[in-house]
Ligand binder design. Structure first.
Ligand SMILES: O=c1ccn([C@@H]2O[C@H](COP(=O)(O)O)[C@@H](O)[C@H]2O)c(=O)[nH]1
Length: 306
């Protein structure tokens, strides 16, 4: 899957992933109203609105954006109905040939990580059959439990030719509380970066490993260092747009080949119609606003990496 991701980024000239992070606050009122008319004020209505909203965005961007990153929390808040909308979204994006990164941030003791890996990237055995449940192409993984929490994901990635992005230096304001702590003179994020390199060394695609890393756009200096520490890891870069990251901060997240990083924006794209810059589209044309915001983002990122 890492090869497909790289090929799509090259073909579309777009190192960009759109985060499908639907909230009731950002879904246009007319979509919510229609869903409530059909299902009442229920979780089913919320899930239907989420799905309609996502479908509109995916239809508007699938030909210019290589990948999506649905954030599972936004679906879980609607319980089982929300998870059904998550799965429907994953399947729909895949039917449009988009690469799907499940932002699920899993990781536990080995035996539990194995089940998480099976749930999101692998196949579960039922009688004589092996069935894929959520079936994303990549998943985000929390490394806090160490190697035995990561290994089951790596094993499934090797078997299924899928991938993971390990949290190395997150984009949020408090990320330094633990991640920047010095251990024997080195920040923890650098030590995790070195482990990403090690975990990914024996599961390589053509040029990049199945094991990638998450490094926030809000920390460009750390991004530059980590790019060198993990030369073969694709870096998923959240924090662009709504969290303040800009294209000009990102040049050093990329390798000399112009590859090696994919930048995420969620609210900045899916709720573009609410920004003054795209207000002319109006809520009814929210998906067209998202397409324009994605085109602008691609131009901004490309001007930094070339
Ligand atoms: O370090 C991290 C890791 C993950 N995220 C996730 O990315 C998106 C960002 O959303 P925006 O609306 O573009 O701010 C969201 O799903 C986060 O959970 C992150 O922001 N930082």
């Amino acid at each position: 899957m890492i090869n497909k991701l790289v090929e799509k980024i090259q073909k579309m000239d777009a190192p960009v992933v759109v985060g499908l992070d639907p909230t009731m606050k950002n879904i246009p009122d007319y979509i919510i109203k229609k869903a409530i008319e059909e299902y009442g004020e229920t979780l089913e209505a919320a899930a239907e609105a989420v799905w309609e909203y996502n479908k509109g965005i995916v239809d508007a961007i699938y030909d210019i954006v290589p990948a999506v990153k649905p954030q599972i929390a936004m679906y879980e808040q609607f319980g089982l109905e929300g998870l059904k909308a998550f799965k429907k979204t994953v399947d729909y994006c895949k039917s449009k040939d988009m690469v799907v990164i499940g932002d699920v941030k899993r990781g536990d003791i080995g035996s539990t990580s194995e089940s998480y890996a099976i749930a999101h990237l692998g196949r579960v055995t039922v009688g004589s059959k092996r069935i894929a449940a959520f079936d994303e192409d990549f998943a985000t993984v929390n490394p806090y439990l160490g190697t035995d929490g990561i290994k089951p994901f790596v094993d499934v990635c090797r078997e299924e030719k899928k991938g993971i992005f390990v949290l190395v230096k997150t984009s949020n304001p408090s990320s330094g509380e633990f991640q920047d702590r010095l251990i024997d003179g080195k920040p923890l994020y650098e030590i995790v970066g070195e482990k990403v390199n090690e975990w990914g060394s024996d599961c390589m695609g053509n040029d990049y490993s199945y094991v990638g890393a998450v490094v926030g756009a809000t920390y460009p200096e750390q991004g530059e260092l980590l790019r060198k520490v993990m030369p073969k890891a694709y870096i998923l870069v959240p924090g662009y747009g709504a969290q303040g990251g800009k294209g000009s901060d990102l040049a050093h997240f990329f390798n000399k080949d112009g590859l090696g990083a994919i930048v995420n924006s969620s609210r900045g794209i899916i709720a573009a119609f609410k920004q003054e810059k795209y207000a002319k589209f109006g809520a009814e044309h929210y998906a067209e606003a998202s397409r324009q915001a994605a085109l602008d983002m691609i131009e901004d990122i490309n001007s930094a990496r070339k």
